[in-house]
Design a protein around this ligand. Structure first.
Ligand SMILES: *Cc1c(COP(=O)(O)O)cnc(C)c1O
Length: 374
């Protein structure tokens, strides 16, 4: 089945008890046992499993073409479970421009753990190969990267990881399975912050891990989810699953809007550089076209002529674009990334990152034009 159909149907059915077409929200924390002590309906206690979480997990696995999925309380709760699943002394390899929250988690929360975290330019396969150690057990990839929209070679990285007997995980938050399916390129597992495009309305925080096949790390993450307890609530699962119904429609519109906006920004005289993998001038445009079969995404970043002051002032003049962090909602957001990431950020001070929404692109372009021209 095609993704538009799966997004509507996977993991949901008419409620057999009432005929309700919209899924009921199962708030019950506990489930009845049979007289013989068994739980024949499959549910015991909601930390372990819940009908709304089951539905969401089934749907996410179907969308990614994976075998199984786990829903977590946030994207970073997935990363926490993954790191906790490693052995002391294991080497974990991350992109040098990895999502800053992941770097902070690994650096600050897991500081006292005996893990060996390395950071490398993931766009350079030779550098990745050179960074592999005999102890490397995890290779993490994010493409397009945040906020510079750099493109990494998924098949190349999957092959290097496999040869090293390491598990490869792709952070698929920016693309969603509508645009790019990392498992099709040999990546072992996909992670999502469902807070972003998958939930899609900026009203629910969540995370997910989807695996292509059974492996020890996925099993440990499952244990961490159920026994460690970083689970999403039934209502969170319901909202996220409801958001998925329109995921293909939203992402395709956001992608088309972003492509038009990138073209507009390229020729604007107040703009120095535009980062968007859909531009023919992007250094990895052809690789992006191969991997991002569904489109180049709704994220655009650009460098305003001048410095931090000029970028902040342009953001301050926006009327439709909301100045806020995060991404993937129906409404367009703009953010001065360096000041969100803090003093250690390597993001250029004149860079603005835009998450393009589903508004009409004419209105978004008019807003950008007045903000950049004033
Ligand atoms: C937001 C984000 C995360 C973290 O997810 P949370 O749901 O905020 O915990 C991870 N990776 C990327 C690319 C993100 O944008």
């Amino acid at each position: 089945m095609k993704i538009e159909t799966l997004a509507v149907h996977a993991g949901r059915k008419v409620d057999p008890a009432t005929g309700a077409v919209a899924q009921p929200i199962h708030l019950s924390t506990t489930f009845e046992r049979d007289p013989d002590g068994r739980w024949p309906r499959g549910f015991t206690y909601s930390r372990e499993e819940n009908p709304n979480r089951d539905s969401l997990e089934y749907c996410l696995a179907a969308l990614e073409g994976g075998r199984r999925a786990l829903a977590f309380a946030s994207g970073l709760a997935v990363v926490t479970a993954v790191v906790q699943g490693m052995e002391p002394g294991d080497h974990l390899l991350f992109p040098d421009d990895v999502y800053y929250g992941l770097r902070r988690l690994v650096g600050e929360v897991f500081e006292k753990w005996r893990i060996d975290a390395g950071f490398v330019d993931m766009t350079d396969l030779e550098a990745v190969r050179a960074a592999i150690k005999p102890t490397t057990r995890l290779v993490w990839v994010e493409t397009p990267s945040n906020p510079l929209l750099k493109i990494c070679d998924l098949a190349g990285i999957a092959a290097i990881a496999r040869q090293a007997n390491a598990i490869s995980i792709c952070d698929g938050t920016f693309t969603t399975p509508v645009l790019q399916r990392p498992l099709d390129f040999g990546i072992d597992m996909v992670m999502h912050s469902t807070t972003k495009y998958i939930g899609g309305h900026s009203d629910v925080v969540g995370g997910a891990l989807i695996t292509r096949s059974d492996n020890y790390l996925f099993e440990r993450c499952r244990k961490s989810q159920r026994t460690g307890g970083a689970i999403p609530s039934p209502f969170d699962c319901w909202l996220t699953r409801r958001g998925i119904d329109t995921l293909p429609l939203r992402v395709k519109t956001q992608s088309a809007n972003a492509a038009r906006i990138a073209d507009f920004l390229v020729q604007h005289k107040a703009v120095e550089q535009v980062n968007y993998p859909g531009l023919a001038a992007h250094p990895r445009h052809e690789l992006a076209a191969k991997q991002m079969a569904g489109g180049f995404g709704g994220m655009v970043s650009f460098h305003v002529k001048g410095g931090r002051k000029e970028a902040m002032e342009a953001a301050a003049r926006m009327r439709l674009f909301i100045r806020a962090t995060s991404l993937g909602g129906t409404h367009s957001l703009i953010e001065h990334r360096a000041s969100v990431e803090g003093p250690k950020s390597k993001t250029p001070q004149n860079l603005l990152r835009a998450s393009i929404g589903i508004e009409h692109s004419d209105d978004l372009i008019a807003d950008l034009d007045q903000a950049l021209t004033s």
